[in-house]
Design a protein around this ligand. Structure first.
Ligand code: XIL
Length: 329
């Protein structure tokens, strides 16, 4: 039998996987999930567009199924995500009467803040005690802006205040859930500085934030594993902050894998070596790194089609990347 990945790392951190709902209805997928993972992130099913497609039209049938599945199998759930500039229905940002885009007038701000509050209270409240960690705010930093804030509808209408409010309301709805700020390219020295400053300032203001989510969508070429360590070092300087690796995948670029099998094989080995190095770093920081999630179960399920970025191939076979975590050299 193939050894269980989450058993192997039980003294370090949770090992998670993002899955689409269809995986929970497929017995082969389910067997693989149950064997290797003790945390699940619904890949799209808890995003605002899934949970509240129109105003007040909450739809929890699928997310409830994740809760049942995880409870039955003793698997933890990461909630993803409450506030984001993508996969959020446009009604959030429209005037309920005229359909026009909300502005940053006091009247419009009030409308959007009410919606933000209602969404968070309803969703987090429903899953109180069931979701152990929430990605409260996703991808709010844009390092190309002088102030570092992404010019999303959230920001354009509300200013940076929306971030604080989101954490406050999520904490009210479930005081025991761990609340995260989640982002990609955290390995970029310039971007991670903005993220660090944001989290530090939220903490300093007493905003209930408990961790930072490092997405870790990376490739063979970027970043160097040292940069991942630098990011962990920087974020862990903030007292009371834990780090979750939330969306790991390591892309092998499409044009690199065309060609003969031996060539593919060497790239897959390179991928495995990189992942092994990353895990060596994560293990070193097990006091702050508490959860490590792969963004997909198998290569053909990945959002990065043709990049072969995950632990299992389309035929459910463990790749070198998987074995490098079971039998590190
Ligand atoms: C992706 C999903 O994997 C895709 O299925 C969907 O079409 C788009 O979103 N950062 C995130 C995730 O925080 O929610 C994204 O997931 C990948 C990038």
């Amino acid at each position: 039998d193939i050894p269980s990945l989450c058993d192997k790392y039980k003294n370090y951190f949770k090992i998670g996987v993002a899955v689409p709902y269809k995986a929970l209805t497929n017995p082969i997928d389910v067997a693989l999930i149950k064997r290797h993972f003790n945390s699940i992130t619904p890949e799209n099913e808890m995003k605002p567009e899934a949970l509240q497609p129109y105003e007040g039209g909450f739809n929890f049938s699928i997310s409830d199924e994740y809760m049942d599945f995880c409870k039955k199998n003793g698997i933890a759930i990461r909630g993803h995500t409450l506030v984001w500039h993508q996969q959020t229905p446009s009604w959030f940002f429209q005037n309920p009467q005229t359909g026009e885009k909300l502005t940053n007038s006091e009247k419009d701000k009030k409308i959007l803040l009410e919606r933000l509050k209602k969404h968070i209270q309803t969703v987090v409240g429903r899953y109180k005690g069931k979701v152990y960690a929430w990605d409260v705010v996703n991808e709010a930093i844009d390092e190309n802006q002088p102030d570092g804030f992404r010019r999303s509808d959230w920001f354009n209408i509300l200013g940076p205040e929306y971030i604080e409010k989101a954490f406050i309301w999520a904490h009210e709805a479930d005081p025991k859930a761990k609340l995260f700020y989640n982002d990609y390219n955290t390995e970029d020295p310039y971007k991670r500085e903005y993220i660090y400053n944001l989290i530090k300032s939220l903490k300093a203001k007493g905003i209930p934030i408990h961790g930072v989510g490092v997405q870790c969508h990376i490739s063979l070429n970027w970043p160097d594993v040292n940069e991942i360590e630098e990011t962990i070092k920087l974020f862990s300087k903030i007292p009371g902050i834990e780090i979750h690796f939330t969306e790991i995948d390591i892309s092998i670029s499409k044009n690199m894998v065309e060609g003969d099998d031996m060539y593919n094989r060497s790239l897959l080995i390179e991928q495995a070596k990189k992942l092994e190095k990353i895990f060596n770093v994560l293990k070193k920081y097990k006091n702050v790194v508490k959860s490590v999630t792969f963004w997909g179960l198998k290569d053909d399920y990945s959002w990065l089609q043709g990049d072969f970025p995950l632990l299992f191939d389309k035929d459910y076979q463990p790749k070198f990347a998987f074995w490098s975590l079971i039998d590190p050299s």
